[in-house]
Ligand binder design. Structure first.
Ligand code: ATP
Length: 219
């Protein structure tokens, strides 16, 4: 018996919504994770600048996960003043958690197919497992031909079962069928800007926070 893996869910969370929370909840259960660390990005290197400050995005994550003890807010990227990459965060976590603790980087299928664009992406695979959520019927196997040759090779060599995630500290790629909610932060931001309802797309506490702080409204 190995150690229960720790899940890592990075994102801009601009704002966090039920798509993220359901992904995390399903992965917690299906991959038998000990807990999941939600890590909001500070200044994401490969994305557009977030629309609101890291402090607001972090506060919204804290509100959203308050009633799930297995979800933890990890603010290490928000606190960094320099550009931060996932590979650096994983190196830090590996040092803190030790060489034998399984770590699982969680992501959606779309994010995985872009992995080759991430800084030092091949090192990421040596520091953690990757657990990819796919919509039932849309397996990675069916879509992997759209990835680069290098990513395809890594996928083929590292594809593993859920059991492997607790037997080794890193290195596997596992896939889990998870119904995807058609919710995105982009959708929520544009609905707020248009003064349309966002109820039931995200926790009420997060919606209240958005309105209290006038977030996502055009200046
Ligand atoms: P944006 O609309 O601003 O691009 P987003 O809603 O996609 O944002 P991110 O913070 O970029 O949110 O996402 C973080 C992680 O959550 C990524 O791995 C992404 O694949 C996953 N994710 C986002 N939305 C969903 C969803 N509806 N269902 C499952 N996973 C999701």
């Amino acid at each position: 018996m190995g150690q229960k893996p720790i899940g890592i869910l990075g994102g801009t969370f601009d704002p966090i919504h039920y798509g993220h929370l359901r992904l995390a909840e399903e992965m917690l259960e299906l991959a038998g994770l000990q807990h999941i660390r939600f890590i909001p990005t500070g200044n994401p290197p490969h994305r557009d600048t977030p629309k609101v400050s890291a402090a607001h995005r972090s506060a919204m994550v804290q509100l959203a996960i308050a009633d799930q003890p297995a979800f933890v807010l990890d603010e290490r990227e928000v606190r960094r003043t320099t550009k931060c990459y996932t590979v650096d965060t994983l190196r830090e976590l590996r040092t803190e958690m030790g060489e034998t603790q399984p770590l699982c980087l969680l992501m959606g299928g779309d994010a995985f197919l872009q992995l080759h664009t991430w800084h030092e992406w091949e090192q990421i695979l040596d520091l953690a497992h990757i657990v990819v959520g796919y919509r039932p019927g849309f397996t990675l196997e069916k879509r992997i031909h759209t990835a680069t040759k290098e990513l395809r090779q890594q996928y083929q060599q590292r594809l593993c079962t859920v059991d492997y995630l607790s037997q080794q500290a890193a290195g596997g790629i596992a896939e889990l069928a998870i119904p995807k909610l058609e919710i995105s932060a982009t959708l929520i931001r544009s609905r707020v800007a248009e003064k349309r309802t966002i109820r039931y797309l995200l926790p009420a506490s997060v919606a209240d926070y958005i309105y209290q702080h006038n977030l996502y409204t055009p200046c």
